[in-house]
Design a protein around this ligand. Structure first.
Ligand SMILES: Cc1ncc(COP(=O)(O)O)c(C=O)c1O
Length: 393
């Protein structure tokens, strides 16, 4: 058993769970209440003024939500976490905590489309300047920094071409200049990468993906220092994007099996990637676990596993690629990732649909690109499904 397994498996099951006496449930209950009752005005004032710990109103905090936050803080190896109603609520709240008008952010071209739109919007409407650099080029990050830079925001591995950002190098840069590094670690999950070990200050997740893991919950999480999360929770109170208790419970349940699910996602994806690499109808495979990946060495240094997402280019045109995707039976045509079911998308018709053809070309999003989010099914069944679809085109 390596360091990661020791760290993660037991914490995923037990950390944060509220087994409060006298009832002592093994599984944290869903505290489905919007508000909490007080025995006196004195007690209410003590809680509202934060002189005493306690729950007041679910938009501020709720015991089921707090449980999932504690579990996530322990899984990421940081002091605290805050849970949100979606990954985008988490990302937007983290950004609004860090930047004000007149500030500057350095980010990469390879971030989630929703985050690109958010940056473009705050740039146009709130005067926060954004510089976009190549994810794999640490020197470009260094050159882009300015005195008014307030955050470096990255995603690793990236979607859908699975590039890596060198976290240690980028964090060194951030530390030298006193600029926080925020990483969207959705594609990795704490099973495959723990960004805090490389010096990352703030970790964000779309918990809709591997953390929830069953394609049945929409959620987001931000992890960081106690001070940062406290300030972030003030932003969350104002924007109102707190996770609701039922979704928090689904996330708690999903997280308990993170370790075993991720082992299967990693193993299945590697086998599918290796199979695709030898297929005559495949031009190129993107997967950090393959020796042919240009950053395979960095992937081995920075990650414990390579994830469940595999992208590849079909040797054909857009129509052939669409036919292939539509022929799949087990692999479902659905634009998400990180769940038990294998999902397939064409990035040009989903995540990158609104990008201009020129920008898509720059980002390597071709008409022949297919993204698979490999699930936890029996891997031979996934390969058989891909095989029958290839035979049909
Ligand atoms: C890497 C990444 N970050 C953030 C998000 C946004 O998360 P959500 O859909 O939970 O708001 C997504 C969604 O696909 C994503 O892939």
């Amino acid at each position: 058993m390596n360091v990661k397994d020791k760290w993660l498996a037991t914490k995923a099951v037990h950390a944060g769970e509220r087994r409060d006496p006298p009832i002592g449930p093994v599984s944290t209950p869903i505290y489905e209440t919007s508000v909490f009752v007080f025995s006196s005005t004195r007690e209410l004032i003590d809680v509202i003024s934060q002189r005493k710990e306690g729950f007041l109103y679910t938009r501020f905090d709720n015991p089921t939500v707090t449980a999932v936050e504690q579990k996530m803080a322990e899984l990421e190896g940081v002091e605290a976490a805050a849970a949100f109603s979606s990954g985008m609520a988490a990302i937007a709240s983290a950004l609004f905590t860090v930047v004000s008008s007149g500030d500057h952010i350095v980010t990469t071209q390879d971030i989630y489309g929703g985050t690109v739109s958010l940056f473009a919007d705050i740039q146009a409407r709130f005067g926060v300047d954004v510089t976009w650099v190549e994810a794999t080029d640490t020197d470009a990050f260094a050159k882009a920094l300015r005195p008014e830079t307030k955050a470096i925001y990255v995603e690793t591995p990236t979607n859908p071409t699975l590039k890596l950002v060198n976290l240690a190098q980028v964090c060194k840069l951030g530390k030298e200049k006193g600029i926080p590094v925020i990483v969207d670690s959705t594609f990795a999950s704490p099973h495959n990468s723990r960004p805090a070990l490389h010096g990352v200050d703030v970790i964000v997740h779309s918990a809709t993906k591997y953390l929830g893991g069953h394609n049945d919950v929409t959620a987001g999480v931000v992890c960081g220092t106690r001070d940062f999360i406290q300030t972030l929770k003030t932003t969350r109170k104002m924007l109102g994007g707190t996770l609701d208790p039922v979704a928090a419970w689904l996330l708690l349940r999903g997280l308990k099996t993170l370790d075993v699910r991720m082992q299967r996602h990693n193993a299945n994806a590697l086998q599918v990637a290796q199979w695709l690499e030898t297929h005559p109808k495949v031009k190129r495979v993107y997967y950090p676990g393959l020796k042919s990946h240009p950053q395979h060495g960095l992937a081995k240094d920075q990650m414990w596993g390579f994830g469940g997402v595999v992208s590849f280019e079909i040797d054909g045109d857009f129509a052939t690629t669409t036919r292939f995707v539509e022929r799949l039976k087990l692999c479902l045509l659905a634009p998400s990732l990180g769940g038990t079911e294998t999902l397939v998308t064409q990035p040009v018709t989903s995540s990158h649909y609104f990008m201009s053809p020129e920008d898509r070309q720059k980002a390597g999003i071709t008409d022949q690109l297919v993204r698979l989010s490999i699930g936890i099914e029996y891997v031979e069944d996934i390969i058989a499904d891909l095989d029958q679809a290839f035979k049909a085109v």
